[in-house]
Design a protein around this ligand. Structure first.
Ligand code: ADP
Ligand code: ZN
Length: 211
């Protein structure tokens, strides 16, 4: 029975930051607490163990229902479900915001995990609006594979080289790979556009003077 207050919590961050580990930890604890729980994941992610599990990079896994869009989650949530967990939410459509809000309004604890930035370091799919709606947000860092600092960005590589900004945001089954990198080591070459020139670079006001 849903007698409690519902809410939305988002676990965001770069790839390899431990979002799936954290989602699995929260779901395990909800199950220990005896909460009726359903897990969903975008069908676009089938890494490691096929479409019917949530897997972390360290090999932990839980059963999950694959969905192609937010409406499928709304259709499949059972009336007695108390906790809904969704992995790889960046691949879902904006309708996930409405679905998450409706579930939380109905007393469900909604746990959403997803990478908040695409390979260009721009907001990824519905993650921005979801973060704005959430009662609780945790942004996790990975480790930059170049310098060892905390990593916040997804580096897309094609044959070992940084992928250009013009590529598609979601590339399914491509030859590209990803690394976790920090702001300084993250590279997104722009083929046809000049890089943005900041006025403060050319002798303008500094960071403090810009207030
Ligand atoms: P996410 O869901 O955010 O992609 P996972 O939970 O699947 O992350 O995996 C996190 C695990 O990945 C870490 O606990 C660690 O064992 C491993 N890992 C591999 N590369 C890195 C990295 N560059 N920084 C941090 N952890 C990494
Ligand atoms: Zn770095």
């Amino acid at each position: 029975m849903r007698t409690r207050q519902g809410w939305i919590e988002v676990v965001s961050g770069v790839m390899f930051s431990g979002k799936s580990e954290e989602l699995i930890r929260r779901v395990r604890r909800a199950l220990i607490a005896g909460r009726r729980t359903q897990l969903f994941k975008s069908h676009l992610d089938d890494r490691y163990s096929g479409q019917f599990h949530i897997s972390s990079h360290d090999g932990r896994r839980l059963e999950a229902e694959p969905v192609s869009n937010a409406a499928q989650i709304a259709e499949r949530v059972r009336s007695e479900t108390q906790v809904v967990a969704i992995d790889e939410a960046q691949f879902l459509d904006d309708g996930i915001c409405e679905v998450a809000d409706a579930l939380a309004d109905a007393g469900v604890r909604v746990i959403v995990a997803g990478t908040d930035m695409d390979f260009r370091a721009e907001p990824f799919g519905p993650m921005g609006p979801l973060l704005a709606r959430a009662e609780r947000i945790d942004k996790l860092n990975a480790i930059c594979v170049v310098c060892g600092d905390p990593a916040t960005r997804n580096q897309r590589l094609i044959d070992g080289d940084p992928a250009p900004a013009e590529g598609p945001t979601i590339q399914v089954g491509g030859a590209e790979s990803y690394e976790a990198r920090c702001r300084r080591c993250h590279e997104v070459p722009k083929r046809d556009r000049a890089q943005v020139e900041l006025p403060l670079r050319g002798g303008g006001v500094g960071w403090e003077g810009g207030k």
